[in-house]
Design a protein around this ligand. Structure first.
Ligand code: HEM
Length: 146
């Protein structure tokens, strides 16, 4: 319960437009693992990472990611999201993501929160996001097994 309050509060304080935060998160992710950039097949014809990060398709994916987090962070009933996340995991398996990348995705998420929240990024807040993220990863990973 305390976790949910922390997450909702910090989500609100990121502001209405989550896209710039998503771009920070994915820039960090591609720094950690440049190979992941190639999984966005539509980015193969961009000149530089920066070009890719500003392509409409990429920004659309950032919006999709943020909409998943909005749903997850506002929902009290996580079990009902399980099917959705399991399917989402399956789709990412199909595009070539592997489950090891989730650790880097998590690290990038925390990196973004730290950059965006500054002083408000506290140890309990970090833990709350880690807990939420581990639920998302566990559900998405189930999509791999099937
Ligand atoms: C779809 C890649 C992480 C949410 C996709 C697609 C690709 C992709 C290539 C299909 C094209 C598209 O719809 O833009 C990746 C990579 C990731 C990653 C390389 C990092 C390793 C995430 C995360 C979330 C997410 C962390 C949210 C928790 C979605 C959603 C879709 C999608 C909602 C649309 C699925 C649908 O069409 O039903 N992703 N993704 N992705 N991704 Fe990701």
């Amino acid at each position: 319960e305390k976790d949910k309050e922390l997450i909702r509060g910090s989500w609100e304080s990121l502001g209405k437009n989550k896209v710039p935060h998503g771009v920070v998160m994915f820039s960090r992710l591609f720094e950690l693992d440049p190979e992941l950039l190639t999984l966005f097949h539509y980015t193969t014809n961009c000149g530089s990472t920066q070009d890719c990060l500003s392509s409409p398709e990429f920004l659309e994916h950032v919006t999709k990611v943020s909409s998943v987090y909005r749903t997850v962070s506002h929902l009290d009933d996580l079990p009902s999201l399980e099917d959705f996340l399991l399917n989402l995991g399956r789709k990412h398996q199909a595009v070539g993501v592997n489950t090891q990348s989730f650790a880097e995705v998590g690290e990038s998420l925390l990196y973004m929160l730290q950059c965006s929240l500054g002083q408000a990024y506290t140890a309990p807040l970090r833990q709350a996001w880690l807990n939420l993220y581990s639920i998302v990863v566990a559900a998405m990973s189930q999509g791999w097994a099937k």
